[in-house]
Design a protein around this ligand. Structure first.
Ligand code: SD4
Length: 303
């Protein structure tokens, strides 16, 4: 019997850990746990960067990205740019289990979800509509993704180790607010937003996905663990690599969490883009003693 563990990105990762932990405690698989954890955040309308209530693209359409990966079978499924479905992580799982494919996108992902029995529902809330209206009034270049000073992005990445010793990961997001329609970030891409090697560990990333996917951050962190680094050192080394390769483009920040197959946890973030009072790098976890969250390590620029 392994000691079960769940770890998730951000303060709202507590919601994910609570839902996942409830299953892991009962002996459920890590795959069921990460799906339940990610789904709990997707369905929370107060979270404006994931699922229902997520902020839209530059044309006011909420486009969601999600992926799930099972360490036991080394299989994965993903959807990108899906609209009108509140639980894209579950659609990603259906892609994994009911198709021979790894990812479906856009209208066809949505069509697949509807065929599979998912409901077509609005993703907008009063709060997300109001934020979009404010953005519309202030923007200068309507067709180009616009970054403002607000933390208008954050993904939930969930990693779990179950009592049988199997690892899984899930990652789900509405991506960057006001993004260019069609833009897909790191979150649904295996190796970038998430990665699992059942013999080694798992990792998930959050932050500016346009940067994260240029270094395959989650795969990189798991490889560092395979080479013998503990999860904390592997996360810091992954962030250091990103900073080395892309030194001038990290102002929005990137962060990563990791979980080793023996239940050790790590986390690191670029110092740039975080550490403001309104944007601390927080991650949550539960190892059977209750959900807690903590500020993670920041890696400074070496320039
Ligand atoms: C993306 N990585 O689409 C996501 C957004 C995010 O904190 O995680 N922001 O780029």
């Amino acid at each position: 019997m392994h000691r079960w563990t769940v770890v998730a990105t951000w303060k709202f990762g507590e919601t994910a850990c609570a839902a996942a932990g409830a299953l892991l405690r009962e002996g459920s698989s890590s795959l069921d746990a990460v799906e339940a954890g990610a789904k709990a955040v997707e369905l929370d309308p107060a979270v404006q960067s994931v699922g229902y209530g997520g902020l839209p693209n530059a044309e006011g359409v909420v486009e969601l990205d999600a992926a799930i990966m099972c360490g036991r079978t080394h299989s994965s499924g993903a959807v990108a740019g899906i609209t009108g479905i509140r639980t894209p992580v579950s659609v990603a799982r259906r892609v994994m289990e009911a198709t021979p494919h790894g990812m479906l996108v856009g209208q066809n992902a949505r069509r697949f979800a509807l065929q599979q029995g998912f409901r077509d529902e609005t993703l907008e809330t009063e709060a997300s509509r109001a934020k979009f209206q404010t953005y519309i009034r202030s923007r200068r270049t309507p067709e180009v993704a616009h970054f403002d000073t607000e933390p208008t992005h954050d993904t939930v990445g969930v990693l779990a180790l179950d009592s049988r010793g199997d690892l899984s990961a899930a990652c789900t997001t509405s991506g960057l607010a006001w993004k260019t329609p069609g833009r897909v970030g790191d979150s649904p891409i295996v190796g970038s937003g998430l990665y699992v090697d059942n013999e080694v560990g798992a990792a998930a990333a959050t932050g500016n996905g346009d940067e994260i996917l240029k270094v395959c951050l989650s795969f990189l962190v798991v490889r560092f663990m395979a080479e013998g680094l503990n999860p904390q050192a592997a996360c810091a080394e992954g962030i250091r690599y990103l900073l080395r390769k892309r030194p001038d483009t990290q102002w929005h920040g990137a962060a990563v969490i990791a979980l080793s197959r023996d239940g050790r946890i790590g986390s690191a973030a670029t110092q740039d883009g975080f550490r403001r009072p309104d944007r601390l790098w927080i991650y949550a976890w539960d190892q059977g003693d209750g959900v807690c969250s903590h500020e993670g390590e920041y890696v400074p620029h070496s320039r």
